[in-house]
Design a protein around this ligand. Structure first.
Ligand SMILES: NC(=O)c1ccc[n+]([C@@H]2O[C@H](COP(=O)([O-])OP(=O)(O)OC[C@H]3O[C@@H](n4cnc5c(N)ncnc54)[C@H](OP(=O)(O)O)[C@@H]3O)[C@@H](O)[C@H]2O)c1
Length: 165
């Protein structure tokens, strides 16, 4: 059976996901959630995401999508486009889901392939230069939601959505 393809992201109220190559917020519980959910699966990410993480994370597979053959990604596989990344993730030894983990373009191309969306809703607007697809909620129905968490006055909620209305 094919591995499920799932998306994981943290999104501000105004749709921002990043600013100048970094996350605009610091929420340790969200990082722990991300690491926990994606463990044992295969992450598909862009070169800027690989650079931000600084390496291929342990305990999971990583496929970096890059059209630039001069770039190297130690510890990760690479493909030139997203469909090839999904096909490669399917053959990798990690038994967990294939995870679409950003950035902007990878989310835009990958979200239509996803059966589930793990979204951390950040309850504030942030300035930023990278955005999650604005119409995402039209394609998914909420399955589960955590109680609000809070760090330094910043509230957030973990939600799981599945495809369909
Ligand atoms: N909030 C969250 O959950 C979350 C998650 C992930 C990332 N982020 C944020 O998002 C930002 C990084 O994302 P990003 O969007 O800047 O970068 P990215 O997706 O990591 O990388 C962008 C690169 O992807 C490559 N690429 C691959 N296929 C492409 C295509 N079809 N069209 C265009 N480019 C393609 C290009 O590099 P080549 O020239 O090498 O092909 C492009 O420069 C950071 O601020 C990060 O913090 C946030």
């Amino acid at each position: 059976m094919a591995k499920p393809i799932q998306c994981i992201v943290a999104v501000a109220q105004n749709g921002v996901i990043g600013r100048e190559g970094r996350l605009p917020w610091h929420i340790p519980e969200d990082l722990a959630w991300f690491l926990d959910q994606t463990k044992g699966g295969t992450m598909i990410e862009g070169p800027a995401c690989y650079a931000e993480l600084g390496k291929a994370l342990e305990g999971r597979g990583t496929v970096v999508v890059s059209r630039d053959p001069a770039k190297t990604f130690p510890g990760a596989e690479r493909t030139a486009d997203l469909p090839a990344a999904v096909a490669l993730a399917e053959t990798m030894p990690w038994t967990g889901p294939t995870w679409i983990t950003g950035g902007e373009r990878i989310y835009a191309e990958g979200l239509p392939l996803c059966s589930k969306l793990f979204i951390t809703r950040i309850h504030r607007d942030f300035p930023g230069d990278r955005f999650f697809p604005a119409d995402w909620h039209q394609h998914f129905t909420k399955l589960a939601s955590s109680k609000d968490g809070e760090v330094d006055g910043l509230k957030y909620t973990f939600e799981v959505w599945e495809r369909g209305q």
